[in-house]
Design a protein around this ligand. Sequence first.
Ligand SMILES: [Zn+2]
Length: 353
Amino acid sequence: MPPPLPPPSPEAQLWFLTKLQRLFGEGDFTATYKFALLISLADLAVELGADDGSELILANRQIGERFIALYWQHSLPYSSGHPSSAPAVLVQNNGAQAAVVSAISTFRANCAATSPQAAARQPGFRALVSVVTSTVSAQPLNYLQNFGGGTDEFLYERAGAGKVRLKPGVAYCLRRFYPLVQQLARTHWIDHIKQNSRNQSILGAADDLEDFLFSSSRQSLQVMAAGLRKLDGTKCFYCGNAVSTADVDHYIPFSLYPRDLAHNLVLAHPSCNRSKSDTLAALPHLERWLERLHDKGDALAEIGSAAGFQTDRLVTRQVGAWAYTSALSGRSKAWLKANYYTSIDDSYATCFD
Ligand SMILES: [Zn+2]
């Protein structure tokens, strides 16, 4: 294996952000696929990339699977709850419905699975992944890097059959600027759906579109809560005190990494959860979290799988390492308890060694 490349220089990082800004400003977005592709690439960079400037090879199929996860909820009818609007599947393309949404809707109509994780065990899922992967390969992967009247392969290039190669420094920048990439892609995605005139009669005056498109399923969180009570007892992960009505909290905040990873979920007092909010938890919590990941990894996978969540212990650990490393370079504070924060130092990163 070649030695890892150094991280991109500050100038190269700025250049990356400038290109990204141009992509959003000058790109042509007939469907919502390009937003999904950017989110997928950023997710995979966090989960599989390293904190150096190395390139990263991704299988188109991995991106296709991520598309299914992103569009899974979108393939159900959206209901605003207002009498003036009619529930229907939101249209994600300026012409006919986006092929990925139609393929998932059709698959779901013939299968009882309520999550992509449960669906993966069903016959027909492999065929769905193939269809979606072909669409991703023929459409957004071909067109994402066309903007400003030309093609600028600043993110990736094709790397043989069924693969793309993120160029040196790109995985680093996607990890470094992950929240920004997410937020940009989501905001544009929501706008795209709102601005499609065919969605007007479905949306009415609804303002919970972001929730519908990107939040965890409440039902899944309830299943998870019941499992966690049995596994961890009815106590708060953070303060250790007994809890009657517990929240299921994303240990690495959902605002930092908006995917439901079973191993990232803990029970907490609503008050502890609110106080911690979008902050990373301090060292004693991190040590306990890593210990739990190690000791209860299999049990958590089992509970998570029943709830329909992603259940990869190592991926969760990688996400944790990435989150604390980013916080260290951004000089963020960590939450210890209500109104009490501490600085994140190198000792946090060594927990992951
Ligand atoms: Zn508590």
